[in-house]
Ligand binder design. Structure first.
Ligand code: SF4
Length: 299
């Protein structure tokens, strides 16, 4: 059965025929991307000095009011490409020296992505594939990727669903996301690094700390460590950036250094060893990609 004819790929469960109707994510049956380039601002084991081959997909099935990539997630900037072209792009990024293929906001496109990965592998793609997601995912959809994804890079944005509803328009986020992450862990298991300390298998869960939600962040860390101990990595991020003034006054501030320090101390007190944290001054628009269709069209 063609899932895109009655799309229930994610928990929005729109049930629309994407050949003629757009659902919540605004995506049709075709792949749409806004940029494909080497990036250097991910965790060191993902970017290295050589770069991560990052493909930014248009659309998003979450709805974060503070989204840093609004041009693609909400405004749907991008260009339609074929499955064959997506496979070619993966191979081109590999030729440019990318140490992995990093699929950003892939959820609405997962059916076509799976086909492109298989095609690219037949044509010589050997670098690890990273699935970089908000985690608002159906377990059944993640199961479709079994054997195709090497590294999962899921967010765990909130512990308390009231914040997920308020800031990301998502019901049951914590249950949905943690179920998805369990399936990801079932597939890829404990982290494995190559001789250059680049990750080639495993999970890094990202948590972007929001201003005033320090206690929620601690609950996220507690859950992750008590569930996985040091069998996953946790990336604790303070790079929250205000793109434009929001109606939620509490979000119109950077994360305070003292709150971030307190969270890092808490992580240490829990016993977390496998974690990434960020240095000061990461809250900057300089880290937001310029969506310019780089790498999308064949030169
Ligand atoms: S992938 Fe898009 S169309 Fe499909 S259920 Fe999710 S939001 Fe709806």
């Amino acid at each position: 059965m063609n899932i895109l004819k009655k799309c229930n790929l994610c928990p929005r469960n729109c049930s629309v025929n994407r050949y003629n109707t757009l659902g919540y994510c605004q995506q049709s049956n075709k792949i749409r991307i806004a940029k494909a380039a080497l990036t250097y601002f991910e965790e060191p084991c993902i970017s290295s000095s050589k770069g991560s081959g990052t493909i930014f997909f248009s659309g998003c099935n979450l709805g974060c009011v503070f989204c840093q990539n609004k041009d693609i997630s909400k405004k749907n900037y991008g260009k339609y490409i074929s499955i064959k072209r997506l496979a070619e792009i993966m191979l081109e990024l590999q030729s440019k020296g990318a140490i992995n293929i990093n699929l950003v906001t892939p959820t609405p496109h997962v059916i076509n992505i799976a086909k492109a990965i298989k095609l690219a592998k037949k044509e010589g793609l050997v670098i690890p594939i990273i699935y970089n997601t908000s985690s608002y995912e159906n377990v059944e959809t993640i199961k479709l990727l079994d054997g195709l994804i090497d590294v999962y890079l899921p967010d765990l944005k909130y512990y308390d669903d009231k914040y997920a509803k308020k800031y990301s328009n998502a019901k049951n986020y914590f249950q949905v996301a943690t179920n998805a992450i369990l399936e990801m862990y079932r597939q890829v298991g404990n982290p494995i690094f190559d001789k250059d300390d680049n990750i080639v298998k495993g999970i890094i869960v990202r948590h972007l700390m929001l201003p005033t939600l320090k206690e929620d962040t601690k609950k996220v860390l507690y859950y992750l460590y008590n569930t996985y101990h040091d069998n996953i990595y946790i990336s604790i991020m303070n790079q929250y950036t205000i793109i434009e003034p929001l109606k939620y006054e509490e979000l119109n501030h950077k994360v305070k250094d003292k709150d971030y320090d307190e969270v890092i101390d808490y992580a240490i007190s829990l016993g977390i060893k496998n974690a990434y944290c960020q240095l000061d001054n990461t809250s900057s628009k300089d880290f937001i990609p310029n969506f310019d269709l780089e790498g999308v069209v064949k030169n």
